[in-house]
Design a protein around this ligand. Structure first.
Ligand code: NI
Length: 128
């Protein structure tokens, strides 16, 4: 087992937030996914993002809200996972003016982007 802590990660400024890419961890290149810690400063927001990878973002600290495809931000409390389709546009907001938001973002290129999108829609339907 290896313990990887967001609190001791090396963070750099990217996307208007603080990013701790897992490439800083030895052996991470052997993992079948990319990952990064994302820290949104109090009152801050990430730059708009979209990419061909599927992204699974798990909120691990703070008061986050996700805005996707230009819609109103939806609160995503600690313990919430957000699954983003390929090319789905997203912005992360920090709803707190005093505490940072911390997320773990995991991303990978889907073998079949069409299926990845359809699968996500299926999950959304099931949740209703
Ligand atoms: Ni993204």
């Amino acid at each position: 087992m290896r313990r990887l802590s967001s609190e001791s990660a090396v963070l750099t400024d990217e996307y208007a937030i603080r990013i701790g890419r897992w490439s800083q961890y030895a052996g991470s290149e052997a993992l079948p996914f990319g990952a990064m810690w994302c820290v949104v400063p109090p009152g801050g927001s990430s730059a708009p993002d979209h990419h061909p990878e599927v992204e699974l973002a798990v909120v691990v600290g703070g008061r986050a809200a996700f805005a996707v495809e230009g819609r109103e931000p939806e609160p995503t409390p600690v313990g919430t996972a957000v699954l983003l389709d390929p090319e789905e546009r997203h912005v992360i907001h920090n709803l707190s003016d005093t505490e940072p938001v911390t997320l773990l973002s995991i991303y990978w290129l889907p073998e079949d982007p069409e299926a990845a999108t359809a699968g996500n829609a299926e999950v959304a339907r099931d949740a209703r």
